[in-house]
Design a protein around this ligand. Structure first.
Ligand code: MG
Length: 446
């Protein structure tokens, strides 16, 4: 039996096991009570269980007196944008992000278009636990309205950014292989690239929710895309995850740039046009730090998790931020990880650079990131952290989120997973060997 995962990233469970109609009613009721508003934007990804889950969520919201604006099958960032843009009191996305097909879930959004922060989640989950909701009477029920242009609005808002010159990108007539994994990105990503004058080879292009490969957009899951880029002699390959907040790039030789380079490229493009602070999570590549240093800008690190990055970006009034997993956040659009935005910024960058994507990558600092996870069932992670601290006592150490050790040329970050009894270990240095060696050093302490 699977677990119901309840965290700052929302609620996720296996449909029919832990994510039942009752679970959806309970958590959506808690969200409705917590939000204390009258209007909510609802979207979903393309999962087979999506329409059913959405209908249950919408009926629950109507039972609590809400006017629901149903925007259909859309990315998570589109629901975030529309919540702000349509001046709704809240937003609800039905998705389990990159979890496998048998999963679904709920992501909770506030009127500012940001995910609920940890304190708000705690309060709301307490309401869910109590489960003592009062529903509206017949003459106080809410209503539903269908809003069909959310994806188009999202694209237009990207084109309205000063960073994007659609005409320049159109002149380049880029040939792009697009892998939308039969997810929520099928329509918006295709429309975006078409409007940017690209010749599109679209794989996994039907939004029926049967994912064509393991959904997490990391190079080991993107072999079909890599092969197709090479076969088609394309300029670039673009992959997104099922709810389209993460974007990963493949070069013209069919080689993955590595998911860390989506953010690094965006940081370079944006700082080249507008100077300011950068925020990234603690597990993201140092490449962005080096780029920011070149522009005399500062980088601030947050704990892992989109809402943590978002809050730090607001605090520091950052011009760009995100996560090394392919999540780019641009406050001039909104403070949410946004794959259509990341794709448009990449094509703008490529158009300005006027060379190949592999050559453009070579202009960025070169780092090798290595990610491992270790089972710690029955082991106290705090004891492991103490050992690590002792071993690296001469180094700069942060204990904001697990433990991170910094050296001039490398770093290593060890943190507890919120959802599994594992430690995540991420290391980065100038060489593959050194990054692996850093991980082995930690493993030998456990
Ligand atoms: Mg996602």
């Amino acid at each position: 039996m699977s677990h119901l995962m309840v965290s700052v990233s929302g609620v996720r469970g296996v449909v029919g096991e832990t994510l039942t109609p009752e679970t959806i009613v309970k958590f959506v009721s808690a969200f409705a009570s917590f939000s204390k508003g009258t209007t909510v934007v609802v979207g979903r990804d393309s999962r087979v269980s999506g329409e059913l889950s959405k209908q249950i969520a919408i009926s629950t919201l109507i039972s609590h007196g809400y006017k629901v604006i149903d925007i259909g099958v859309t990315p998570t960032p589109t629901v975030q944008l529309m919540t702000e843009h349509l001046k709704a009191d809240a937003g609800l996305m039905i998705t389990a992000s990159h979890n496998p097909v048998e999963w679904n879930g709920l992501k909770f959004i506030g009127s500012d278009g940001l995910f609920l922060d940890p304190e708000a989640c705690k309060e709301m989950y307490k309401l869910a636990d109590e489960n003592t909701f009062k529903y509206k009477k017949w003459d106080e029920l809410g209503s539903i309205e269908h809003y069909t242009s959310a994806n188009d609005d999202h694209i237009q808002m990207i084109f309205d950014l000063d960073y994007i010159d659609e005409n320049l990108i159109r002149q380049k007539k880029f040939k792009v292989v697009l892998d939308t994994i039969n997810g929520a990105g099928c329509k918006i990503m295709h429309d975006l690239l078409r409007q940017l004058g690209c010749e599109i080879v679209h794989i996994n292009a039907e939004a029926h929710g049967i994912f064509a490969h393991t959904p997490e957009p990391i190079p080991e899951n993107l072999s079909q895309l890599m092969k197709t880029v090479k076969k088609e002699n394309a300029d670039i390959g673009i992959a997104v995850d099922p709810d389209v907040d993460r974007c990963v790039l493949i070069d013209e030789n069919g080689e993955a740039l590595g998911e860390e380079y989506t953010l690094a490229l965006a940081v370079k493009l944006v700082l080249g046009k507008k100077l300011g602070h950068v925020v990234k999570n603690m597990s993201s590549s140092k490449a962005s730090d080096d780029i920011a240093k070149y522009y005399n800008c500062l980088v601030y690190e947050s704990e892992v998790g989109e809402i943590n990055v978002a809050k730090k970006m607001i605090e520091m009034n950052a011009v760009i931020g995100g996560e090394g997993n392919g999540g780019v956040m641009l406050p001039d659009l909104h403070i949410g990880r946004d794959a259509p935005l990341a794709a448009a910024l990449t094509l703008q960058h490529l158009a300005e650079y006027n060379g190949t994507i592999s050559a453009l990558k070579k202009t960025l600092p070169e780092y090798h990131i290595h990610k491992e996870k270790i089972s710690i069932d029955g082991i106290d992670p705090e004891k492991i952290f103490l050992k690590i601290k002792a071993k690296y006592s001469g180094k700069k150490i942060s204990e904001k989120d697990g433990i991170k050790i910094y050296d001039d040329n490398w770093w290593i970050h060890i943190r507890k997973s919120n959802t599994e009894p594992i430690l995540r270990i991420i290391s980065e240095s100038k060489t593959v060997e050194k990054s692996k060696e850093l991980i082995s050093e930690i493993q030998s302490l456990i």
